[in-house]
Design a protein around this ligand. Sequence first.
Ligand code: SF4
Length: 460
Amino acid sequence: MASRSDFPLPAGRLEERFADKHPLYTEGEAAAEAARCLYCFDAPCIPACPTAIDIPTFIRKIATRNLAGSARTILESNLLGASCARVCPVEILCEGACVYVPWGRPAVSIGRLQRYAMEKGGSPELLERARRSGRSVGLVGSGPASLACAGTLALLGHDAVVYEKDPLPGGLNTTGVAPYKLPVADTLAEVGFLRALGVRIQTGVEIGRDLHGGELLRRHDAVFLGAGLGSDLRLDVPGAEGPGVVGALEWIRRMKLDPKTSIAGVRRAAVIGGGNTAVDVARELAQLGVAEVRLIYRRSAKEMPAYGHEWRAAREDGVVLIPNAIVKEVVRQVAREGGGPGRPERLRLAVAKEGKATNEERAAIQVDKVIVAIGRSKAPTFVAQFPGVSVDESGRLRVDPKSGCTGNPRVFAGGDAANGGREVVHAVAEGQRAARAIDAMLQEGAMVREAGVSRRERND
Ligand code: SF4
């Protein structure tokens, strides 16, 4: 990507110790891999992509050394093509649908080719902006859904103003994606790309605290809620509160951004949970050199919600699973007088034999560090400040699936807050879809206003 970030990062962060999961291709590697694509007429990889990127076309352009054209093809369907190339679970999306797979051969490496095209050919100058409309949209949160929505709106000629509560923009791409997949600097470079398209970002502004939802509706013609989910759910057992026990997203944020966060002295770590975040964190700890990393999951290995390919990679990294286990207590060292809780020493577990809760036994494992990855709290409470916006029984914002419109015709939503927590590429698709619906709503409003003006002029 041509644009760079305006947000300098401190040196000495744990993130810097991770090797790139899939390094950038050389020119020869990219050409050779692009030549493997069969440019299928009815390419099944395209509908497998939630943003429907024209994959055979962008790959063909790599093969003909038209890298700017290749990046343009990607960006026309997905404004966050750079980060999606790095974080998408391609094994179950585009590459999983590649025609090579049923033949027992490796799929075309679509993700790595997409990264190559975006890094070598991506530039804001590739995209044309429509004439300024004079209409504005406020977007809450600066994660992938909001950025994709804001970028699309900017290209359609509207002012797009993003409000982010954190000092750094990018949402989970900045703070929550495994560092070996997408480092912060690359996320911030992509944010710079969106700003070059005309998106304005105000950091350090929390809706509900610094700015009321009603004020946002007064300032803007429409609002998009892309604030994601809330904080990590906590472990509700004795000893869970105190040093050495931390939520997964908070831990990832520290690894990526805080140079004071260290892994020194940690030999035995436990990660509680069985989803993709739990597996990511376990892999990170193993890759950082923690000697024993255990994943503690309440059900069987088969029932883990994490992707199979991620769990297999974690096992290769040395992570060990304790299935059918529930943490009963975090036993801590005796604290020094007046010093609060001591460090974690061991976890007491209830392990169901053969998966039967009625047939469980007690166990204990030694730990120095515990990471809790059991989910996140649902939609932020500030949504109550937007009349007509409501949440369902699972805590997700209620939206029309075709437009992302909430119960308030001027308020739209997408990303984790509305879908409960899916992939980055789903958030991008939902943000772009909402942008098109907002654009249609604004254009319809403009036509109604123009019709009203003509009627008044006729009556004068
Ligand atoms: Fe190329 Fe595979 Fe897509 Fe066919 S399915 S167009 S071979 S990437």
